[in-house]
Design a protein around this ligand. Structure first.
Ligand code: OAD
Ligand code: ZN
Length: 236
């Protein structure tokens, strides 16, 4: 594990934002413990009751706007600024903490909370304001077709062609704070490994994806990721 890496790919999940005070999905008191996924994160739910779904994401926006990055996000910036490798960040998170920390090359495969997409014309725009079913698309003029630009269960992930290429070309794949149960992201490690990458998992605990990683670092990402970055910078 002391190769001189040329292409480092991070995959992040809710755990990287936990120390910024944001809830994960599957923990006790996590978002999916307090809500039924079928009610707020499926396209059927949205079509059935758009305002209920809008309310869920409207309520989330101010909290995510306020949140600040923690040492885990900042460690990625430090690595990107000081390591010669190409370094990309594929995130399942809809928060914008990677951006706030100054990370570059970020791919939000599950979308992001501050973007809205018009389901009629595909127009995407940024806002931190509330959206409801009476709102009109400023591009095509149609009312009631705006949807948070968040990938619901049953929808395709964003940037998949790009991510597929990154997985095949990286020589180090680092997963941070994801439970590894939501596909296709949970399968990324397998692709990276098959194409020759070293694989490291940073998590609080053992995950179901455990066996696919060459190395595990258990503990809070705000501590473990800066330590890994230090190690990578010593071996660059
Ligand atoms: P989960 O809530 O499923 O998993 C979070 C993981 O982070 C768990 O394995 C925790 O053990 C770990 N964790 C918690 N605190 C941590 C810390 N301080 N440091 C390191 N690890 C920590 O969240 P995700 O795997 O991100 O999709 O969930 C994947 C997707 O499921 C989400 O993107 C979301 C959800 O449905 C959409 O909203 C589209
Ligand atoms: Zn439109």
């Amino acid at each position: 594990m002391s190769r001189k890496y040329k292409h480092i790919l991070f995959l992040t999940g809710a755990g990287i934002s936990a120390e910024s005070g944001l809830s994960t999905f599957r923990s006790e008191n996590g978002l999916w413990n307090n809500h039924r996924v079928e009610d707020v994160a499926t396209i059927d739910a949205y079509l059935r009751n758009p305002d209920y779904v809008h309310q869920f994401y409207n309520d989330m926006r101010p909290e995510l706007l306020k949140a600040v990055p923690n040492p885990a996000h900042l460690a990625i910036t430090e690595l990107q600024n000081n390591h010669p490798a190409q370094i990309d960040v594929v995130t399942q998170n809809v928060d914008t903490l990677h951006e706030k920390a100054g990370n570059k090359n970020i791919y939000h495969i599950h979308g992001q909370i501050n973007q809205i997409v018009c389901m009629n014309c595909g127009y995407v725009f940024e806002t931190w304001s509330d959206i409801n079913s009476e709102d009109k698309c400023e591009k095509c003029g149609i009312t009631g077709m705006l949807k948070p630009n968040i990938v619901f269960f049953g929808e395709n992930l964003l940037y998949m062609n790009k991510v597929d290429a990154l997985l095949k070309s990286c020589d180090l794949f680092v997963s941070v704070g994801t439970s590894g149960v939501v596909y296709p992201a949970a399968g990324f490690v397998q692709i990276a490994k098959m194409f020759g990458a070293d694989t490291i998992e940073l998590n609080m605990e053992k995950t179901s994806n455990n066996l696919l990683f060459d190395r595990h670092i258990y503990g809070p990402a705000g501590t473990t990721l800066p330590a890994l970055v230090k190690e990578l910078l010593e071996n660059k």
